[in-house]
Design a protein around this ligand. Sequence first.
Ligand SMILES: Cc1cc2nc3c(=O)[nH]c(=O)nc-3n(C[C@H](O)[C@H](O)[C@H](O)COP(=O)(O)OP(=O)(O)OC[C@H]3O[C@@H](n4cnc5c(N)ncnc54)[C@H](O)[C@@H]3O)c2cc1C
Length: 415
Amino acid sequence: MPGVDSFSLPREWVPDEAWDLVEAVRGWADREVIPVRQQIDEDWEAHELVKPLLKSLCCDLGYQQACWPEQYGGLGIDGVTSCLLLEEMSRADSGLATAASCSIWAMSAVFPPEDNPHIMEHFTPKFLDKERWYVGCVALTEPHSGSDIENVDGTHGRFIRTRATLDGDEWVVNGHKLWPTNSGGVGDVFCTLCTTDPNAGDDGVAIIYVPADTPGVTQSKPYRKAGMNGDANGDIWFENARVPVEFRAHGPGKDAARARAMVTSGNVGTAAQSIGVMKNLYELVKDWCDTRIVAGKPLKEHSITAATLADIVTSIEVSRAETYLKARMLDRPDVYGRRDTPEMLARTRVTKLFVSDQLTKVVNQVMDLMGSYGYARESDVEKHWRDSKIMSLWMGGRALPQLDIARWFFEATEY
Ligand SMILES: Cc1cc2nc3c(=O)[nH]c(=O)nc-3n(C[C@H](O)[C@H](O)[C@H](O)COP(=O)(O)OP(=O)(O)OC[C@H]3O[C@@H](n4cnc5c(N)ncnc54)[C@H](O)[C@@H]3O)c2cc1C
């Protein structure tokens, strides 16, 4: 019988060892998250429910260790496996998926092969601690703009206001970031995009790791949002926060490339999350259309409904094809080139733009088919509807992906 596992997947790209992990995360989602996911919205500030769920996933189940590089004691799962895990988490709650994956995303700037051994050796025991979920946070967005900071190839760091100054063997960081996933008091270390000189082009862009307990670092309470409450977002202020000189990811030029690589990975991750939500929407609407009797027969037996159902499945099928193609390409730099290039950024911007748009469309189609029941809290569609819109808004909204795509495919230079 067709179900949530019926969507096409290039199975020969999935390593054998991935399936146990996928099953374990599916079990976590089904047993621990789906029964309580409606309560996550009320828990937006205290995270009394959210913290144990994330600890269970990241520590007990070993998600954080699975994503950690093999050279440093992790399993070093590939991008295809990461996407499958993100689908499973997001099928249950995309906010929890965001929090868990962004913790690791924060360290990806120093993952091999371009690792920074000092940073890796310092943070590995913390991130692999089974007793406490140690949390990473990628601090890019600033009060005046998120896009201008993330627009690596359009602005070359000139609008970054968070400043890093070298003083002896320490970086002194001053600035204000806001909105990052795992801020709002949750994060333990901030992967902070700063400038050493806003007029130095890519050479002035610096990625500096600042632990949250560094004197001079403060965080606000979480913001109240429409959804995505498994993730906490707030302000982070850096006032003369001092960290060792080795806590800069790499150095002039390289940090800008790593920032681009992080956006590239984030594009594919966002798409995988979007697919996970769409798969749950498929489950919910399938059940509804099987049992809802309209004009004397099940809703799915009306040809006008069939047109929408086919459209929903087409969105998921094409999104999966696009997402796993790009995940595979990133896993094979020997064939397709490095992920830190404008080319790979543009190719994966297509993925993020297209797939998050499909999600926005599908969630509305499903709600249309479910009528008022879809709009009710208890349906879970309403939760996905509120949680999911941000996936097309973050990382520069819709405009920044469009600019990155046109910039590379059309060799445009003016923006
Ligand atoms: C749940 C959640 C999680 C988040 N996670 C993170 C995170 O982990 N790290 C982080 O740093 N931030 C994070 N953010 C912030 C988010 O990434 C930013 O809000 C987003 O990138 C857009 O920035 P902005 O809101 O400042 O809008 P702006 O950058 O001001 O953009 C406003 C509008 O202008 C458009 N635009 C942008 N550039 C151009 C251009 N050159 N030309 C024309 N139009 C343009 C945009 O598409 C958008 O429509 C998160 C936000 C939320 C709600």
